[in-house]
Design a protein around this ligand. Structure first.
Ligand code: GDG
Length: 459
């Protein structure tokens, strides 16, 4: 059987103690654990010199192969083109785009460096599975090096509409690079349609009914593979947390009040500031909720070097301080804002302890926290998910979740009120609808379907 070679910008070698935050790490570790193979990518280290050696660590059935990034590349490729151009573009935040040609050149340079470092490790029948927007150009660089293997690509974040994509100065070249893959996977049908439109209008290439496009004699198939979670592992971890001291401390501190929870990387796409404002609106519209609930927001910092992220932390500190200043009593603070990361076991315990999971991104490829919240619940007395229509997860969970538009503060406040008062029968009914879908589309199904489709494209 072919080996799986996973390539992503950043790789995360599990230390046994902590899994790093970030949806991609969680998903890829689960896939490799089952399948075995190589995970190749950036080590997370920044060094002075370009073209560093590859460091290899073997653990179980997986080989982790890492390269360092030169300081200039880290700045221009990672902070620059990836996170100051592609990330805001794909999350519909053009005001944060800072484009320049040197950074676009760095993007191509690092994709080329990845291809050259990966080349000696490849065997002829390896299936190569590339992840995310950092590596749109990797297949093209590998093809230049005469790699004939099947190469698939999965985009974890949204693919933007044509009207936005065309605002990228290098949109045509980047799009033609993407077309060098054999298979490209998206989180939702919206992303797939957006991609087809970009290829149609940007490159004048049409697709057939099965989503196949032929460009310069090369066939590319595009499909939807909604990413899932390991439902059993989340539910077991959450259940086991019952006995943990942390969970007991948390429950004790609530003094029988209901808990609303949010867990997100500190990122403007996650809609944290509007979420805080919506929570404030809850008390304006429904003063009966004063002293009855506590909102716990966990928000580990990310991308501290990128300008657009500088203000978020301060804005959230101000907003949470304002809400507590306005409504708190000597024995109750309405909001607890934790600007740090936690071990996964603790997080799953927090999710289980919460009567409401509040997930309100302004755009999100999928949002795994929404799925983890559902899987972490007690089936006999589950909490309610309040979910943004703009998260990819809304495509699967809209029947069971309370759906809201995160920009409509009143609607989010109403959603919270509904969730906080929902009778147990309805909660159980909604939870069953959601967990059924999560079990069908779990992390294993995602991996199997992608790898099988990649194999088929080889045939
Ligand atoms: C990208 C896309 C897509 C969070 N804080 C901690 C921690 N986490 C874990 C969560 C969850 C993961 O990180 C976050 O996943 P998301 O899906 O919510 O978000 P992104 O990082 O933006 O991921 C996203 C995903 O890729 C997968 O395709 O869903 O749309 O943007 O698993 O539980 N984990 C630990 N400590 C924390 O403090 N250990």
């Amino acid at each position: 059987m072919s080996r799986l070679v996973v390539v992503s910008n950043r790789i995360a070698v599990p230390t046994g103690r902590r899994t790093p935050p970030g949806g991609l790490a969680v998903a890829v570790l689960a896939a490799l654990k089952e399948y075995g193979g190589i995970w190749f990518g950036w080590s997370g280290e920044v060094k002075g010199q370009p073209d560093a050696d590859v460091e290899i660590i073997s653990k179980g059935n997986t080989t982790y192969a890492m390269v360092d990034l030169a300081a200039q590349d880290h700045n221009d490729y990672y902070n620059g083109f990836c996170n100051s151009v592609l990330w805001p573009l794909c999350h519909y935040r053009p005001q944060y785009i800072e484009y320049n040609r040197a950074e676009w050149a760095a993007y191509k340079r690092v994709n080329d460096m990845f291809a050259r470092k990966l080349l000696p490790m490849l065997q002829p029948d390896d299936l190569i599975w590339v992840h995310d927007y950092h590596l749109f150009a990797l297949a093209q660089q590998l093809r230049k090096l005469k790699v004939r293997n099947r190469i698939g690509f999965f985009l974890h974040i949204p693919f933007p509409a044509w009207g936005l994509w065309r605002s990228l100065p290098c949109y045509k070249e980047l799009l033609s690079f993407i077309c060098e893959y054999d298979l490209i996977g998206f989180q939702t049908n919206d992303d797939l349609i957006a991609f087809h439109n970009c290829v149609k209008f940007g490159l004048e290439v049409d697709s057939d009914e099965e989503g196949t496009m032929v460009k310069d004699g090369h066939r590319l198939r595009a499909k939807v593979f909604p990413i899932g979670i390991d439902v059993k592992s989340v539910s077991t971890t959450a259940r086991q947390s019952r006995r943990s001291a942390t969970r007991k401390r948390l429950i004790g501190s609530l003094q029988r009040r209901k808990l609303i929870v949010g867990i997100d990387r500190l990122d403007y796409s996650k809609g944290l500031l509007t979420r805080f404002h919506a929570y404030e609106r809850l008390f304006e519209l429904y003063p009966n909720q004063l002293r009855k609930c506590v909102f716990l927001q966990v928000a580990p910092e990310s991308r501290k070097d990128v300008e657009a992220y500088h203000d978020i932390r301060r804005e959230l500190e101000e907003a949470s301080g304002h809400i507590n200043g306005r409504f708190a009593d000597f024995d109750w603070a309405p909001i607890r804002y934790l600007n740090r990361s936690f071990a996964r076991g603790i997080l799953m315990g927090i999710l289980r302890a919460a009567q409401v999971g509040l997930v309100t991104p302004l755009r999100d490829g999928m949002n795994l926290v929404a799925k983890e919240y559902v899987a972490a619940q007690n089936p006999r007395n589950p909490g309610v998910l309040v979910l943004s229509r703009l998260a990819g997860a809304s495509r699967e969970l809209s029947e069971g979740a309370v759906m809201v538009n995160p920009l409509d503060l009143d609607e989010v406040a109403e959603g919270l009120e509904t969730a906080l008062n929902m009778p147990r029968d309805e909660r159980v009914h909604r939870w069953r609808l959601m967990i059924k879908i999560l079990r069908q589309n779990d992390i294993r199904a995602w991996r199997v379907q992608f790898v099988n489709s990649l194999r088929e494209s080889a045939a």
